[in-house]
Design a protein around this ligand. Structure first.
Ligand SMILES: NC(=O)NCCC[C@H](N)C(=O)O
Length: 253
């Protein structure tokens, strides 16, 4: 069976969301009701852009399960289940496995001692850039490279962000935008500097359409001036937990 396309996998915020991990943001209380409304608006933006939204089964014991991007990487017809370095996130893989199989994807997984979060995997036409971070280790990167059979995989050390894609993402034309000081930018092609920190992470919704956090207004204005269609969503309650627009979904184009 070939995989369903133009599908966005999301996982609704669970009851323990407010206990999610925080490594970079200043810890503050999270309003779970507001987070649920923000998540609804996020999925509505995906639908409005033509994506079919499918729910990944809940993992309610895991506060960070809403950040579903970290649980799996989809590349063509293969879904690679990540392996969380954070013990509190280990229970997120089972639902991601089920959702990937339901989509008709072939499922592979990162095995110990490898660790890998999907937030560290940035795919472009040129290469798959993988963050060497507090969450993804060298063994995880080597395993991913083997599983992606032949695609060039480039490790990128991440020093000032949780994941590679917290600091760098790709625009629809494949060029990169982000925060050069947060990563070893020498491992990357030319990186356009994002005017706001939250402008480093965007989701490509279509050939000329991107999704950005409302907290990146200068980046939104700059990209709109370049001719891109820009949709913004307020994700403040996820940003309080080091989340960003990329980590709330896995797009299967
Ligand atoms: N890919 C991502 O940027 N994921 C964000 C994960 C945030 C979560 N609170 C964590 O620390 O794991």
């Amino acid at each position: 069976m070939s995989a369903a396309r133009r599908t966005a996998l999301v996982r609704a915020p669970g009851p323990r969301l407010a206990d999610g991990l925080v490594s970079f943001a200043a810890r503050r209380p999270v309003d779970v009701g507001l987070a649920r409304r923000q998540h609804d608006a996020y999925t509505a933006a995906l639908r409005a852009a033509g994506w079919t939204v499918r729910a990944v089964p809940p993992a309610d014991a895991c506060p960070d399960a809403v950040f579903v991007e970290d649980a799996l990487v989809v590349c063509g017809d293969v879904a690679v289940l990540g392996r969380a370095a954070a013990p509190s996130r280990a229970g997120e893989a089972a639902g991601a496995d089920r959702a990937a199989r339901d989509l008709g994807l072939r499922v592979e997984r990162i095995e110990p001692p490898g660790t890998l979060d999907g937030g560290d995997v940035l795919q472009t036409d040129r290469a798959v850039y993988v963050g060497l971070s507090t969450r993804t280790n060298e063994d995880g990167i080597c395993q991913l490279a083997r599983l992606l059979g032949g695609r060039p995989v480039v490790p990128v050390r991440v020093t000032g962000a949780l994941h590679l894609k917290s600091a760098v993402t790709a625009l629809p034309d494949g060029s990169l935008i982000g925060l050069p000081d947060a990563v070893d930018a020498t491992a990357l092609p030319y990186l356009r500097v994002a005017p706001d920190p939250a402008g480093a992470h965007l989701v490509v919704l279509g050939p000329d359409h991107v999704l950005l956090a409302a907290s990146a207004p200068r980046t939104a204005a700059r990209l709109a001036a370049d001719g891109l269609r820009v949709t913004t969503v307020d994700i403040s309650e996820f940003e309080a937990l080091d989340g960003c627009v990329t980590c709330l979904s896995v797009l299967v184009p």
